[in-house]
Design a protein around this ligand. Sequence first.
Ligand SMILES: Cc1ncc(C[n+]2csc(CCOP(=O)(O)OP(=O)(O)O)c2C)c(N)n1
Ligand SMILES: [Mg+2]
Length: 586
Amino acid sequence: MTSTAPQRMTPSEALVETLAANGVTEVFGIVGSAYMDALDIFPAAGIRFIPVAHEQGAAHMADGYARASGRHGVCIAQNGPGITNFVTAIAAAYWAHSPVVFITPETGSATMGLGGFQETEQLPIFSKITKYQGHVGNPKRMAEIAARCFDRAMLEMGPCQLNIPRDYFYGDLQATISAPMRIGRGPGDAAALDEAAALIEAAKFPVILAGGGVITSGAIAEVARLAETLHAPVCNSYLHNDSFPASHPLWVGPLGYQGSKAAMKLISQADVVLALGTRLGPFGTLPQYGMEYWPANAKIIQVDADAKVLGLVKPISIGIHGDARATATALLERLKGRELACIANKAGRKAKIEAEKAAWESELDGWTHERDPFSLEVAKDSKYMHPRQMLRELEKAMPRHAMVSTDIGNICSVSNSYLRFEQPRSMFAAMSFGNCGYAFPVACGAKFAAPDRPAIAYVGDGAWGISFNELLTCVREKLGVTVVVFNNGQWGAEKKNHVDFYSRRFQAVDLESPSWAGVAKAFGCEGVTVDRLSDVGPALQAAVKAQGEGRTTVLEMMVTRELGDPFRRDALSKPVRYLDKYKAYT
Ligand SMILES: Cc1ncc(C[n+]2csc(CCOP(=O)(O)OP(=O)(O)O)c2C)c(N)n1
Ligand SMILES: [Mg+2]
């Protein structure tokens, strides 16, 4: 597409034409007077407005849509409260590196500052959770600033805000609609690539760490070729289990919380790590299972499209500012024909990889329940399923091309060991922002983007209370997704801290809920209570089938109250009390 010649139009027309020029076909939101003049012409531009139950849901859906499709996710809302409802979801999209454009009509320019209706300054609120904030300070600049938001969202992979005083939708202007600008990043500095190739050439135990950048740059085939050239194991970075196909013999699983012990044991032996498209975030490399696995003495080659994250969290030997795919290709070129040190011990490493993978699988098979005293106690007389066994059954029944979103909670975290994928854009975890209530609306957005793929959300019963309102959207839009609600009757992840640090002084962690299957039915969805392991797989398969008929199912998994390892052991310490009245609280 080329930019258009200047034409007479209104700012609303300039905005909608810019959306269309960027290939936008869906916009999520709740209707509002502030932007009705633009909304009115959405249908004529081929844009479907998808009404949701809560603006947080709209922004999460835009995030899920973007993560599933690789295109922009777009949302819009009423000035003031509609916009502040976006905040949590935009923060989550920021840490998920999701190219979301959120359009924020603001109170009218003629009255701003007078304390009128639905007035708040909308730029400061989002200043730390956006890659770019475009403010239309003059209606004649609508097309220019809207286009910049779309360009920057892709350039910097993150949310961009388009803030528009509501009176600036009206007017008369000459506008050019710009062609989308997509800037290639290339493989990075040639000297750095030379150095990296030399390190890899001499490596005896190279390990590849595939991050989110491998997914967004479409680099899986190149990573596979690199891995095969080196016979190197490939770890997924934390919560990016879809960055390398699980069926590949060199796949060893995810690092990080509740990740794969095989991955951790193998990377701990590395002398060179090629970290592709990952910021090496602080939570992705924390010790797990009592194991300090990050190879402190290895040479780390870190490749990322964002130069600012190179060497930020972990010391590195070489930083390459590049696109994961282009860099992988450039490294393959450089390694061609070289005598690689790691070929000499290829057979030994292959055997190690196979042994570690087999050991981890058999450990998982035998790890039917948690074995700490609290878990043993609460599970003893329970007639419900052990979470780990239930997760293993879900894994076995999971359709091959499924997209799975995961929430924040103890069981969702444990699920990390049981989520394996064959293709990218399949796993949408609540990333570093870690908000409960993420998974379900994100799965809805992913399903809107990829209607032919099964969309499944894993959600704890506490987090479900935050997010189930979007069942309304599923019914109204005939959207078929599957929600797996883990009903353990508690805010489990936080209760675990009471167990480990607060002598079981439980407070506000036990949940009383209605039948979530019953609630689903009241919404007009399918609702199924599952309390037997043998029913888990068939229930999932039936729910996935119902997706094809536009029906959403809530599978309420009745599980024991046992709890897996905590997330933040690093961030808590035993209570200290000096005042007499609190002395008992230690
Ligand atoms: C919006 C938000 N509120 C609170 C928290 C703190 N928090 C983290 S995990 C958790 C418990 C989750 O409980 P549930 O969804 O039932 O899952 P479970 O841990 O029981 O598996 C809470 C409250 C959070 N991460 N996000
Ligand atoms: Mg729970």
